[in-house]
Design a binder for this molecule. Structure first.
Ligand code: GUN
Length: 292
């Protein structure tokens, strides 16, 4: 078994991003700028946004955080998004999900100018991804592609089984792994909570991408020996023995699956770190007008 080490891969790519950002700043007199909107104070969202902001500083980007209380209205948020759309000093904008129940996340996503949609959630970016055209690819799927690339893994012709069909990870991942590209060129099976014979399906995977959001869901009896295992899960469980007060678990039973795998991502220290790299790369591409 070999580890797909998110720390190693992300640090390497961040050095490249920092060099490109410095060049951009030297040429334009400004830094690439990512702005995040955070509503409420969900523990997970707080951590993710803080990490996104910190990583911006690390690679020489400007970062801004706009915060709202949980009772913000949909109209107020959309008004703010329109303001940022019109601000030439902002290259990328993200609205951290999940949002409170009274706010429709699709309305919010649709309000973001697709040219600043560095999360890649806007219908224009999703449509262009389907067509294999230049676009912002959602950050976590993009990070997974970058991880496979960093380790020189050829995915062509392999059977990729994706577990979970979320709009953020599973669905876009299934499209990207089937595209005429490398990483890509896979035969893809997209499985989810209503799939019958899930175990038999996952057993067929040369590559398994677990993104279902359930602790240790993929067990050793579901994995073909030699498979490549990508674990997207970030399941928090409160713990009295850790400083942070919680412990992270992946969607894969790492201890028992790792000995079977050819390659596997750990949690933490795997895909999570790559997600941020995907977001930074999209923001830099937006600043440099490489896509739109
Ligand atoms: N919540 C969980 N993942 C994501 C993400 O990639 N982007 C945003 N905006 N919110 C999230």
């Amino acid at each position: 078994m070999q580890l797909l080490d998110g720390k190693f891969a992300s640090e390497k790519i961040k050095l490249e991003i920092a060099a490109e950002a410095a060049e951009f700043t030297a040429q334009t007199g400004r830094k690439p700028h990512l702005l995040a909107i955070l509503v409420g104070n969900d523990g997970g969202s707080e951590t993710y946004v803080a990490s996104k902001m910190k990583n911006c500083e690390k690679v020489g980007f400007e970062s801004s955080l706009v915060r709202y209380d949980t009772d913000v209205t949909e109209e107020e948020l959309i008004q703010k998004i329109r303001e940022i759309n019109a601000d030439a000093g902002v290259d990328g904008m993200i609205v951290q999900l999940p949002l409170p129940k009274h706010i429709d996340p699709e309305k919010i996503t649709d309000a973001i100018d697709y040219r600043k949609d560095v999360d890649g959630f806007h219908p224009v970016n999703l449509g262009r991804m389907m067509r294999n055209q230049p676009c912002f690819i959602p950050a976590t799927p993009y990070g997974i592609l970058l991880m496979l690339q960093a380790y020189g893994i050829d995915t062509t012709g392999k059977h990729c089984v994706v577990v979970g069909r979320s709009n953020i990870v599973g669905s876009p991942m299934s499209i990207l792994m089937a595209r005429n590209a490398n990483p890509g060129n896979c035969t893809v099976t997209l499985t989810h909570s209503k799939t019958t014979n899930l175990k038999e399906m996952v057993l067929q995977g040369d590559i398994v991408i677990a993104a279902i959001g359930r602790k240790n869901f993929v067990t050793a009896d579901m994995v073909k020996p030699g498979a490549i295992i990508i674990d997207v899960g970030i399941n928090r469980e409160t713990s009295e023995t850790t400083k942070s007060g919680y412990k992270l678990y992946g969607d894969v039973d790492f201890e028992n699956v790792a000995p079977l795998a050819s390659w596997i991502t750990p949690v933490p220290g795997g895909v999570g770190l790559m997600t941020i790299v995907g977001l930074l790369k999209n923001t830099l591409a937006s600043a440099k007008k490489e896509i739109y």
